[in-house]
Design a protein around this ligand. Structure first.
Ligand code: SAH
Ligand code: SF4
Length: 332
């Protein structure tokens, strides 16, 4: 697709036809299996002040928590016992966790549980990334959020696009499978910017795309902005699948928040991954990047069953492997 085709697809193309084409490309390039990655939100402590996020440091309404590494391991073991072959460890950005402690946790999870580990813990130094990779972490998720430098600075005042890009390049260089992406429907974002975002995703040659709709959080300065529409979110997803072909794309929880059928619709529009929350129930209400996340009260085991049913309801199968990158490994 050239830029004009992308813009047309984002704005005026027939949605059903676009999703059907994305679904065809998904089937051809990544097959019918849906990968389940259990998400453990191990701390909501955050020193950054991203305008969109409920965990921003200026939000005094949040009770902050940090799970200890033994507690994180116990959650990981529980999730692995349920059948998850792949876990995502996510948190706010805080120096509270020493990289050494995180490395020890990663080593223990790899040695005792053998699951694939994705980290989503924000901007760190190249040395820290290298240490985490060496400890055995497989993948790293760090969304660039928007390719517009101006919008980025407005929304993420304590970072810059250049710093984010440097992190993404460092992650690749130290050997991670790299995931990145955007929020769709950010205040101030245009469809032209989304087209640029998609070109940047291609340029970065990503293994995974993390993306979802912006949802206004009442405890942030963006509280009065409208949520992203599911229509634009699905269009963006479909275009990403059509142009990027063999990448992993989750039907994110945020899609299930703006529409009760959001994740099913996403699975039919190119998505091939689900990331159910396996965080201990007691912490879930405290980890609200955006409000009304579904499954806040659900026990992790219920979530697993629900997810398997969801996958079957759209005529797909649950993957039995760890779901590593679909791209050829770089030559040594
Ligand atoms: N602190 C880490 C990881 C946690 S935030 C980081 O920032 O990278 C994970 C993702 O949640 C962010 O990348 C952002 O895209 C998304 N997010 C935050 N607030 C959101 C909101 N209000 N609506 C939708 N997604 C949001
Ligand atoms: Fe912190 Fe990440 Fe939220 Fe920004 S998006 S405030 S870095 S948790």
């Amino acid at each position: 697709m050239n830029r004009d085709d992308i813009l047309k697809s984002l704005m005026t193309a027939d949605l059903a036809a676009l999703c059907a084409e994305a679904d065809r490309v998904r089937r051809e390039h990544v097959g019918d299996a849906v990968h389940l990655r259990g998400l453990i939100e191990f701390s909501n402590a955050c020193g950054r002040d991203c305008l969109y996020c409920g965990l921003r440091r200026s939000n005094r309404e949040v009770v902050r928590y940090r799970m200890g590494t033994d507690e994180i391991f116990a959650s990981a073991a529980f999730a692995a016992g349920l059948g998850f072959k792949s876990l995502v460890l996510q948190s706010g950005e805080s120096a509270q966790y020493e990289t050494d402690a995180l490395c020890a946790l990663v080593r223990r999870i790899k040695a005792e549980l053998g699951v694939a580990i994705t980290l989503s813990i924000g901007e760190k130094t190249r040395e820290e990334y290298a240490a985490l990779k060496k400890a055995g972490a497989d993948r790293y998720l760090l969304r660039f959020e928007t390719s517009s430098d101006v919008l980025f600075r407005k929304l993420k005042p304590d970072s810059s696009q250049a710093e984010r890009m440097a992190c993404l390049h460092a992650l690749r260089e130290v050997g991670f499978q790299v995931g990145s992406g955007i929020m769709v429907g950010l205040p101030g974002q245009t469809v032209e910017m989304i087209a640029d975002d998609i070109f940047l995703m291609q340029e970065l040659d990503l293994d995974m795309i993390g993306f979802g709709p912006f949802i206004a959080n009442p405890e942030t300065p963006l509280k009065d902005q409208g949520n992203a529409s599911l229509d634009l979110t699905l269009r963006t997803l479909a275009v990403i699948r059509i142009v990027m072909k063999n990448v992993h794309i989750p039907a994110t929880t945020a899609m299930g928040t703006i529409d009760p059928e959001g994740r099913q619709k996403a699975l039919r529009a190119g998505a091939n991954v689900l990331m159910p929350n396996v965080t201990p129930t007691v912490y879930r209400e405290m980890y609200q990047l955006y409000p009304n996340k579904p499954g806040l009260k659900q026990a992790p085991s219920d979530t697993f069953e629900t997810l398997v049913k969801l996958v079957h309801s759209v005529g797909r199968t649950v993957a039995i492997d760890a779901g590593h990158s679909l791209k050829p490994a770089p030559s040594p």
